[in-house]
Design a protein around this ligand. Sequence first.
Ligand code: WTA
Length: 632
Amino acid sequence: MSNSEKSDFFYPNEDVIAQANVSEYDKMYEYSVNDREGFWEEQAENLSWYKKWDSVLDESDAPHYKWFDGGEINIVHNAIDRHIVGPNRNKMAIIWESENGQVRNYSYNGLNREVCQFANVLKSMGVSKGDIVTIYMPQIPELVFAMLACAKIGAIHSVVYGGFSKEALSSRIDDATSRILITADGGWRRGKKVDLKSIADEAMKRTPSIEVCICVKNNELDIEMEPARDFWLHDLKSLPIASSQCETEHTDAEDPLFILYTSGTTGKPKGMLHTHGGYAVYTSTTHRMAFDIKPQDRWWCAADPGWITGHSYIVYGPLINGATIMLYEGAPNYPYPNRWWQIVEKYGINILYTSPTAIRGLMRFGDRWPKKHDLSSLRLLGSVGEPINPEAWRWYHHVIGQDKCPIIDTWWQTETGGFMICPLPITPLKPGSATKPFFGNEIGLIDEEGNETPLNEEGKLIIKNPWPGMARTIFKDKERYADLYWLKQNNNKWHYLAGDSAKIDEDGYIWVIGRMDEVLKVSGYRLGTSEVESALVSHPKVSEAAAVGLPHELKGNAIHTFVILKEGVLPDPDLEIELKAHVGAEMGKIAIPELIEFVTVLPKTRSGKIMRRVLKARALGQDEGDLSTLEE
Ligand code: WTA
């Protein structure tokens, strides 16, 4: 037990308290919820606006809230432009290392040149304000440049995680009807070249909207380039049109910045849409306050930019705050399990933000790997993506943080844009609890009838207010957004329904338990059971499929599937291998089921819905519960 541990709390040490950006929580919290607009207006003043807003919060079309409406801003103006006219000009913006040891660094000025060139390339391909550009890339600096280049000219990026495969990519391109795809020949993983362009080629066969594919040369894979459609980025950059100067478009605060597809309860992934103004204010404020960011800090969010964590806390929040960001392409344990700790030591990382899955994965190799390295530069540690089990929390705190780094466990979602529940560095911690609401947010728990649940009892997590970082809609589906996420109260106020269940204890600490719907968290990645099922039934031998998530020690959830084969097809172990490979090729490796069970019937309700609850209980050997709605 460490010195800082008293009763069930872990208290921050004096050094952390002395330098905290926010030195008091309770009073500031009270103010932030009593005068929400005042609080957020003050935060917005920290950014650079072309024109100030007419209203901080417009509730006239609730739950379609608007923030800073009437204001003009561009997030890239804040993430880059304003830094290069000041002392941050030559400061390191991005340090990138790849698994095979390549290193590239960009100052803020260098980043600006790259982004301007990329923006000019996009313009030369006819991209303009409001166009949706799909980006499918490995974790290389060009991914960040591409995102920022889109935002700079007012185009909307839709990043598809580089670990996804052709079906996931093509369905997202289709939904967005993107005309342009930005990709790379490939990436690196565990010493092997990972192909991307050929997956993109397969996807493009299914997506008639794509006219232009811009390809980054990253790992010299031998790939096909289709004339008049596919262009190398380095060729385009060498044209006179790709100058390293480009005006930043003046976008409205409520103009769309990006769409990011995320898995929900049913059907296809939803394109969550975020905007320039509120998102810039929210990501930078949460990052500055919860992670106590300082001008000299080296910040490492070890997520993939292809997910919301990377959008908000690799790219936008940290760059707006002028931090130096670390970007690493590769596996955490390649070639050895000390790879991450080597990076922390080599670059003097001050803050590391990662997922419980990664922590558990590295913990498995034992203390000797981190102990080989000087980790004293670390000041704060962060966790995101799923509840962190106390054992992993304690290891992270003790072995990595050497008992001196608070663990900032941040609860949030693609839909929320930024942290909703998280401690500040000064907050006494309880391992496994994301602690208290971030400023401006009121969190509650409700039961099936909508009544607030008593202390220490599980309920559905709700947020009782709008916040600037909230997604504005599901792309092309305003009504579904309101229906899925917002509950109207008797007093005409709206509550946001998160889809998670949680408990609140007697100290007001929030303990998130997990998803209540068919959303899985596999190694921290969000997937829907329906996506895995569609991938399975797209195989010619499969007639029906059901997927459930079972608890898994390392991954959080493991995917367990039940498959009914077509007439005349017999189950055999080779077919199981074939189906797994098929899911991998359609969706991506993360969606490959741990287990495929061949069955002849699936439990269904009388209306024909698969009862996943029953399948799950059976797989876990538990009581199947109420079966009154079961068909047979
Ligand atoms: C889960 C990731 C417990 C939760 C930023 C949420 C967490 C879903 C935590 C959103 C946390 C995220 N503790 N659970 N600190 N952070 N979750 O959209 O179930 O990929 O609903 O966003 O992750 O996943 P998403």
